[in-house]
Design a protein around this ligand. Structure first.
Ligand SMILES: [Zn+2]
Length: 74
């Protein structure tokens, strides 16, 4: 579970993922949240290589290590 947040005040807001600062501060809470959510989504869908065939695919999480073909085969 990825937790996104933005911390700051006035015109400096730091996008945060899981309590860690990511990217550069933005000038509003809303903009910082947009950045944090975009990066969190990219974090969730990392390109990985299938453990069975080595083909690159978009993984949705740490437990997702096989491409769609090999995942459906179990
Ligand atoms: Zn595969």
């Amino acid at each position: 579970m990825i937790r996104v947040d933005a911390r700051g005040s006035g015109s400096s807001w730091q996008p945060m993922i899981n309590g860690k600062p990511v990217d550069t501060p933005r000038c509003s809470y809303d903009q910082a949240m947009v950045v944090a959510e975009r990066l969190a989504l990219a974090e969730r869908t990392k390109p990985r290589n299938c453990m069975a065939c080595g083909k690159s695919f978009l993984s949705t999480g740490p437990g997702h290590r096989l491409c769609n073909i090999h995942r459906s085969e179990g």
